[in-house]
Design a protein around this ligand. Structure first.
Ligand code: ADP
Ligand code: MG
Length: 722
């Protein structure tokens, strides 16, 4: 028998036209579509224990996750002042156990009814009243007959999510299991392989038929894992293929500029600097010079923590390009930074006779026209501005290099747009946000990466502590004392995005209050996001010139100006910030030779010390402890890369910074926080195929080409098989 998997789902046993209609409402039209409607999870009978067994295990110190099946015998809503706790009591043949929710009570409180049967999974504890308890467990409702079947047969049972479109089409938990079981039994065998055969073999992947079968009805946990890994591999493989194609286009088909390198002139510039370069700076410069020499356009990410000295590295590249007779543009994320770059670069280049232009918002019309004219004629060799430079139609004379500072908000598509204008300028992106390796490899996979790991001048470790608001008087005293020694301090109030106004009010209110009370006698400044950039800059410059002892601010100091004297930063409501933001904020101090301090203010709960072991914690535990983990991570390490890895794990797969603006498809299976090894393999496979067969013309690769064209059409714009 053969079958056409493109036929409508209605031909599957127990589907029919009505249910087919329901499926089509969630995008499932064909039999193939349905075969790929995978369970959201499985319940493994081998993990199911009776409550009395679990009770004993916990008493003996067992700390892992378990599943118990029981029926609801009571529910309880407990109020403590404003707080509500929801409790469900269940029992199985051997005894009682309870589930509690401290958060999301509203959502859970009407879901459990007397006599309903649930499979409950979590790490259990025994309370001080001797009750077996699960906090915030995972739970699945079981039909009665099914629960009996489940207990007896020892199968691994699939759980499918049931959106309302399906429920209203008369498809329930049991029937969907039945429908999928029919589909898999009758049709999975007709699936054709979607990866090249040699790749399946080389990486010992499960073939597509076994993969689909085991995704629904795994014969063991190992087989389920193999099936999932095959799907992850496949997903990453196609994404890496897209990246490889893009990179191939840039490297081989787009013409770049071959810049002339005058080693002596570079050397004498480096000798003229007031410091010696660090090893990381030197090796980055070497890598960049190789790119500039080559006729292929540079596409490089320069990563280094705040203060690692990226600017000077980019200036050496700029000098080479300018010496070859081309223009360079430097884009900063904010106008303050653009202006600061302008001032400090003018100093570095003071003796070099380089014409530098600054493009800012708020410049007078005549002034602006004058600048644009000089850029157009080529008189201005180095142009500094913000990203807005690219929104506007600035006409360059012969642009050779684009330097992007703090690329955060600068996605692949935007970069790709630059490619399209004739001869491609080289691109150097500088990032102070350490990007986890998994991300640079995938999302930023078409970039080469240089990393500056070492810091200049062996800067002292910043001492980071966490305190509650009760400690604030002591902290203010510390600030007063240290100000006698010439220290300056930042006091930061968090940015709550929905309410800029409130935040502003907090900073303003505290400014007025502190100035006249705890910080009386000190010179206190205020800076906030609602100010115009030149107002902000004026305040920052005053602070840098030590006209203030304390600067009260919203988060606008996140990126900004070097103040070597600033040695204390107090971050209020620290739990509101993400890790990378906290790290950036802390990077504002400790830029001089003195010992620096960072004080994080939180509540009793989230400043408590803990050992951070993210791989040993469940998703729920991580979520419940997120702020506490962040604050502890800050106390434990000042390594930006380490913090970024933790941040990635905290955010979870659905919320990766960078993936949205990357212009790449979303992940359905792969989780960049966990699948590094699979990613490495998928990348290796994809890149080696594109290297030898860039047009995907070989027989074994035709399948890749077909799948890309069918499923990734929108993402092929910048590739050689468009
Ligand atoms: P970032 O990487 O955060 O952009 P910058 O390029 O602004 O860092 O450099 C921070 C400060 O360190 C600047 O004042 C810069 O002049 C200085 N600097 C850069 N490299 C060195 C070095 N090798 N030794 C000492 N100071 C350096
Ligand atoms: Mg910088």
């Amino acid at each position: 028998m053969s079958a056409n998997l493109s036929d409508s789902v209605q031909y599957i046993k127990s589907v029919g036209p009505k249910r087919a209609e329901a499926f089509s409402r969630i995008g499932i039209k064909t039999i193939r579509d349905l075969l790929f409607y995978f369970p959201s999870k499985h319940l493994d009978r081998t993990n199911v224990l009776s409550s009395i067994q679990v009770y004993g295990n916990v008493r003996n110190g067992y700390e892992g996750e378990v599943t118990i099946i029981g029926s609801v015998i009571d529910t309880e809503l407990i109020r403590y002042g404003k707080k509500e706790i929801y409790k469900v009591i269940l029992s199985d043949d051997t005894g009682k156990f309870e589930c509690v929710w401290f958060q999301g009570v509203k959502f859970f409180k009407n879901r459990f009814n007397y006599n309903e049967v649930y499979a409950v999974s979590a790490k259990p504890v025994v309370t001080r009243y001797g009750n077996l308890q699960f906090a915030h467990p995972d739970f699945d409702k079981l039909e009665n007959e099914e629960s009996r079947d489940f207990k007896n047969t020892g199968k691994i049972i699939p759980f499918y999510s049931l959106p309302k479109e399906l429920r209203s089409g008369n498809i329930g938990d049991m029937s969907i299991r039945q429908i999928l079981s029919n589909a898999v039994n009758d049709y999975a065998k007709f699936l054709s392989e979607s990866l090249p055969q040699n790749i399946v073999q080389k990486y010992q992947l499960l073939d597509i038929v076994e993969t689909v079968k085991n995704m629904h009805h795994p014969s063991s946990n190992e087989m389920l894992l193999k099936a999932v890994n095959r799907l992850k591999f496949e997903e990453l493989f196609f994404i890496e293929t897209l990246i490889a194609l893009r990179r191939n286009l840039i490297k081989n088909e787009v013409r770049g500029i071959k810049f002339a390198i005058n080693i002596d002139s570079i050397k004498s510039f480096i000798t003229s600097l007031p410091f010696n370069l660090t090893n990381g700076q030197k090796s980055s410069i070497r890598e960049i010079i190789e790119d500039l020499k080559s006729p292929k356009p540079m596409n490089r990410l320069l990563q280094g923590d705040v203060g690692s000295g990226k600017t000077i590295v980019s200036l050496i590249a700029a000098k080479i390009v300018i010496d070859s007779g081309y223009q360079v543009v430097l884009m900063a994320p904010t106008e303050i930074l653009a202006h600061q770059h302008y001032l400090s670069i003018s100093k570095f280049f003071a003796d070099l006779n380089i014409n530098i232009g600054l493009v800012l918002g708020g410049q007078k019309k005549k002034e602006r026209i004058d600048i644009l004219e000089k850029i157009g004629s080529g008189k201005t060799q180095l142009i500094i501005g913000t990203h807005a430079l690219f929104e506007e139609q600035v006409e360059f004379n012969n642009l050779g290099l684009i330097i992007i500072d703090e690329q955060h908000r600068f996605g692949v598509d935007q970069r790709s747009r630059l490619i399209q204008k004739g001869v491609r300028p080289d691109v150097l992106i500088m990032s102070a946000t350490p990007i986890p390796r998994t991300l640079t490899m995938s999302v930023y996979g078409d970039l080469d990466v240089s990393i500056i790991k070492d810091m200049p001048l062996d800067r002292k470790q910043i001492i980071t502590t966490a305190r509650t608001e009760k400690a604030l008087p002591k902290i203010y005293e510390f600030i007063r004392d240290k100000s006698l020694d010439g220290y300056q301090s930042f006091i930061v109030y968090p940015l709550v995005e929905e309410s800029d106004k409130l935040e502003l009010k907090a900073a303003e209110t505290y400014y007025h209050k502190l100035k006249d009370t705890e910080l009386q006698g000190l010179r206190v400044g205020l800076i906030h996001g609602k100010m115009k950039w030149n107002e902000k800059e004026e305040i920052m410059l005053k602070f840098a010139q030590h006209e203030y002892d304390v600067l009260i601010s919203t988060t606008v100091i996140e990126v900004g100006i070097d103040v070597p004297n600033a040695n204390i930063i107090v971050i209020n409501d620290a739990f509101r910030f993400g890790l990378s933001q906290l790290h950036q904020l802390r990077g504002r101090v400790g830029r001089g030779e003195q010992q620096a301090y960072c004080v994080l203010i939180g509540n009793e709960n989230n400043i408590r010390k803990m050992k951070i072991d993210l791989s040993g914690m469940s998703r729920t535990q991580i979520e419940l402890n997120r702020s506490r983990i962040r604050i502890n991570a800050m106390m434990n390490t000042s390594d930006g890369f380490e913090l970024s890895e933790i941040d990635l794990k905290l955010r979870g797969p659905g919320d990766l910074f960078g993936t949205q603006q990357s212009g790449l498809p979303r992940f359905n299976f792969a989780d960049l926080t966990e699948d590094f090894e699979i990613l490495v393999n998928a990348k290796e496979a994809a890149f080696s195929i594109i290297e030898t067969d860039p047009k995907l013309k070989n027989d074994e690769n035709v399948i890749i080409r077909e799948i890309l064209r069918n499923n990734f059409r929108d993402h092929l714009a910048y590739s050689s098989i468009a």
